[in-house]
Design a protein around this ligand. Sequence first.
Ligand SMILES: [Ca+2]
Ligand SMILES: [Ca+2]
Length: 260
Amino acid sequence: MKKITLLLCAGMFSLGLNAQEVSEDFDAGLPAGWMTVVNTGTCDWFNGADMPTGPDFATPAMYFDDDACGSGADASNVTLMSDVYDLSATDGDLVITYDVAFQEVASGDTFVTEWFDGAAWNVLATYDTDLPEILSESFNPSGITNADFQMRWTYDDGAGAWGWHGAVDNFTLDFNVLSTDDNQIAGFSMYPNPANDVVTVKAQNEIQNVTFFNILGQKVLEVAPNALSQEINVAALKAGVYVVNVTSDEQVGSYRLIKQ
Ligand SMILES: [Ca+2]
Ligand SMILES: [Ca+2]
């Protein structure tokens, strides 16, 4: 009983959250890791604050200027791609914000915001009518903890209409990174990580106890190897991030395991 209480305390300790923010203001142009893609047509994105019509930005934004692309130009479908952000070690409480301008003129123009979940793109917002003001958007989609998180904004001129523009500024991602204690057990290793069905723990000295906690701090698995190494079946654990508390030779260490 005493032992379990201690381990639970260690578990709660190791589940510290460090708030982190990614922030891009585009004032110096396209940030490192970002790119523009011309899917269709010949016109690309610009960087600047002066929009072709409607409200201007206070500072430079990334914008697609369909007006400058010209009357009778080829159809335009263009994407602004963010950098890739590894959110695998976060608690899934993600806040996405950005400022957006959209002026269509011609019906059929759209400006779509999407995020990547590691396998597919998901629509976060669609703009298909003029925005009278620059909007400050904020979204809090739940449970996003993928290693390949990415954002994109796509302007489509509706098969060749002569529209105005779509623009993005002041992009931020706020998330909480799970931190673990840095007390390391001598010679400890845990592999593979990420793990699918079986994870192996190994240390220089005998491992007495291995306990798995989910991000809510709930104990989900406990094993007592009493050996230098042990294969542990984790097939029953849901995909996600776990804190693994290990006791070996009177030392306690906390480690992070990603279950796929
Ligand atoms: Ca800016
Ligand atoms: Ca056009």
